[in-house]
Design a protein around this ligand. Structure first.
Ligand code: HEC
Length: 308
């Protein structure tokens, strides 16, 4: 079939340099985003590495504790030794009273260990003001409405733009079939929407935390696929996609599909389909029996809070 667009490998070198520059920069950006996730959300439960607990603490909150305590056992753990953290937590648990602030020893510790970062001149909560400390000593309800709204719109605008260009570049690829190309280009947008939605759902109920990881992972897979295929086609087409005799290698998807059927994939396909059907049933049943009722309860709680 004659192609009506110039494929990535046929582009002029300046355009290849432009695309490569963009892809490289975005990949470095992605890397920093991952590092940031590891150091903020990843530390939410006090242990390095991203877990379901981290997601729950970040969005739903640690409802049996306070922000102050969660942070002191989480990402702020390194900023004070065990004993000092204990003194602050004790003061928080005793109600964060202004009268006890000095006597309990909390004031001195916070001034020595925290105020260097948490002061008026920083964008962090200002710990020279005791009211700020008291606010953080109330029940930890996770991400606030305003912070979620802010992060949601920044992510939707920013990430959709990134995938606009990554997808546009990848659309000039010729080694993927139209089917897989369309899936790879569309997937990040679906996952982006699911990702943002799952933050809000997790704010309502911790059981949605897995959805956050699932959606984030899906976005990363699509990104890695488009990124590597685009770069390989631009710079290593002959080596990667052609056989030594100059004929094109079989497409990766064809190889994978072929292997799949060779290994008795037809039957596997049947049982896979059964699995998918089972998963769909599970999802529908949960939606009907657990998730929707829970959302209803949360919504009513929220409304009655507004009325009060
Ligand atoms: C080296 C600088 C630094 C020091 C020292 C520091 N913090 Fe933080 N703190 C931060 C940063 C940055 C954030 C925001 C990012 C995060 O949550 O990790 C933060 C966030 C927090 C939050 C969450 C605020 C919110 O609105 O969610 C609390 C609570 C907190 N710190 C408590 C403390 C306490 C208590 C100490 C002293 C024992 C302390 N911090 C010392 C840098 C610091």
């Amino acid at each position: 079939m004659p192609r009506e667009f110039s494929s990535l490998r046929q582009l002029d070198t300046p355009v290849k340099v432009l695309f490569t520059g963009y892809l490289t920069t975005v990949a470095v950006g992605y890397l920093f985003a991952l590092i940031q996730i590891l150091f903020t959300h990843g530390m939410a439960d006090g242990e390095f590495g991203l877990s379901i607990d981290d997601i729950v603490y970040s969005y739903y909150g640690n409802r049996s504790g306070t922000v102050m305590e969660t942070q002191l056992n989480g990402s702020m753990k390194e900023n004070a030794p065990e004993h000092d953290r204990f003194v602050i937590i004790q003061w928080v648990r005793d109600g964060a009273d202004a009268d006890d602030y000095v006597d309990s020893g909390a004031k001195k510790i916070i001034e020595d260990r925290c105020v260097m970062c948490h002061n008026k001149d920083s964008s962090l909560p200002d710990f020279t003001d005791i009211r700020v400390l008291q606010e953080l000593s109330k029940q930890d309800e996770g991400a606030t409405f305003s912070s979620l709204t802010r992060v949601s719109h920044i992510h939707l605008f920013g990430i959709s733009f990134i995938f606009m260009f990554v997808g546009l570049i990848f659309s000039f690829a010729e080694t993927s079939t139209v089917k897989y190309k369309s899936i790879a280009i569309g997937m990040p947008y679906v996952f982006l929407l699911v990702d943002i939605l799952s933050w809000w759902l997790t704010k309502l109920h911790p059981m949605f935390a897995e959805l956050v990881i699932f959606a984030g992972g899906g976005m990363a897979v699509a990104f890695a696929f488009m990124w590597s295929v685009s770069l390989l086609e631009m710079w290593a087409y002959d080596k990667v996609f052609l056989r030594p005799d100059g004929q094109p290698r079989r497409q990766l998807s064809a190889i994978v599909e072929g292997k799949f059927y060779e290994m008795g994939g037809g039957k596997l396909f049947g049982s896979l389909f059964a699995q998918v059907k089972k998963a769909a049933c599970w999802f529908c049943q949960n939606l009907k029996q657990r998730w929707l009722p829970e959302l209803k309860v949360q919504y009513q709680k929220w409304r009655s809070k507004d009325d009060a």
